[in-house]
Ligand binder design. Structure first.
Ligand code: PEP
Length: 261
């Protein structure tokens, strides 16, 4: 019997939404998602907006907080870095690791990403590991090879329990912030491939439990179709999450999708 995985909708605000903009955002967002209880929502603000978001979310159940990055070091002389312990202190439960902007604009390698995976798990933070191919890699038919390499490196040496407590976001680089979404078929094929690989790296029960998110120009217009694919358990939303009403529409659609299943 197919296992029902709870849908998860996550907002990556990137370098947008200041601390003083968090409160009006949340007021508008919470108003729109009243009665939504079958979807996990994760907000991922910038570091400077994390304390305010954490404070405002503290009395709410069901909305979790994530960070956009984490240091691969424990503590010490690493100017400008933010450690896992600092994030835990703000009740941050999730962290984006390996986002394509970190990989391509800030030179994060698979080795660094692996270190960040390890330190997150050691500190009981659940990573959202981002993987995905560039347009060139897809055009040359290498997308599965790239995804497999990214996953094997990130998960190397991790325990089955740690793999279970990870979410994976498939984010084709060519679809991020471009308005060009992967087709449902392309996204489903990649998600199915990732789930099969997780089975190989752990076991069948983990691969059925682990939640796989799609990211890349998700909007209220295309989220319903994407979320109806069998291996797409949620969405990581960038641009469309900056408007609380538009992000709320995606959350509401995800709940509608759950109740259809
Ligand atoms: C992202 O940054 O993770 C993302 C998916 O962005 P966008 O929705 O803008 O493509």
């Amino acid at each position: 019997m197919a296992l029902l995985r709870k849908k998860i909708i996550s907002a990556n605000w990137k370098m947008n939404i200041t601390a003083s903009e968090v409160s009006p955002y949340l007021t508008a967002f919470l108003e729109e998602i009243k009665g939504i209880n079958e979807v996990d929502v994760i907000l991922i603000p910038s570091f400077t907006s994390l304390p305010k978001t954490s404070e405002l979310l503290s009395s709410l159940q069901g909305i979790r907080l994530g960070a956009q990055n984490i240091s691969s070091h424990d503590k010490g002389a690493f100017t400008g870095e933010i450690s896992a312990v600092m994030l835990r202190d703000l009740f941050v439960h999730h962290v984006l690791i390996g986002h394509s902007e970190r990989r391509h604009l800030f030179g994060e390698t698979n080795t660094i990403i692996h270190e960040k995976m390890k330190i997150s798990h050691l500190n009981q933070m659940n990573p959202i590991l981002c993987v995905g191919e560039t347009l060139e890699e897809r055009r040359s038919g290498k997308e599965k090879q790239v995804i497999e390499h990214q996953l094997r490196e990130a998960f190397s040496g991790l325990s089955v329990n740690q793999i279970t407590h990870t979410m994976i976001a498939y984010e084709p680089v060519w679809a991020i912030g471009t308005g060009q979404t992967a087709s449902v078929e392309q996204a489903q094929e990649a998600h199915f491939f990732i789930r099969s690989l997780i089975e190989e790296l752990s076991d069948a029960s983990v691969s059925q439990k682990i939640r796989l998110l799609y990211g890349g120009s998700v909007t209220p217009e295309n989220s319903e179709e994407l979320l109806s694919a069998p291996d797409i358990d949620g969405a990581l939303v960038g641009s469309a999450s900056l408007d609380p009403r538009s992000f709320a529409k995606i959350v509401v659609q995800a709940q509608r999708n759950c109740t259809k299943e």
